[in-house]
Design a binder for this molecule. Sequence first.
Ligand code: SF4
Length: 131
Amino acid sequence: MPHVITSLCLRDGGCKDVCPVEAIVPGKPASEWPWYYIDPDTCIDCGACVAECPFEAIFPDSEVPAAHVAKEGQRLSRPEGTAVYDGTDHNKQPVHLDHTVVLKAGETVDLKPDIAVNAKFFQEGPGHSAK
Ligand code: SF4
């Protein structure tokens, strides 16, 4: 049961640095794969990445919520999003995302489809999973 990064991910990247088995890779190209992704064959379910994520985007795959209750200011990084996000990652480097959805506090969203997106990332080949 690996962990999964959901579309709440806004590319902070701190998770990648704490993972003891280097299971986490940034999606590339970011325009097509805007999150970080966890290799399900490598993840040992230690949970270190969960505590590191400022966006609370990471879950054990069996606990990815179908009805996540959004907090004020949370966003989804999804293709249908029309809101531009400009922030910084944990190394203070700029992060720019063209397609995010700004959630209202208390709004519920289904994050389960993000499990398949993570799996697809690792099926698409080394061009997308390059570190
Ligand atoms: S749960 Fe542990 S091993 Fe799995 S991706 Fe997170 S930090 Fe890496």
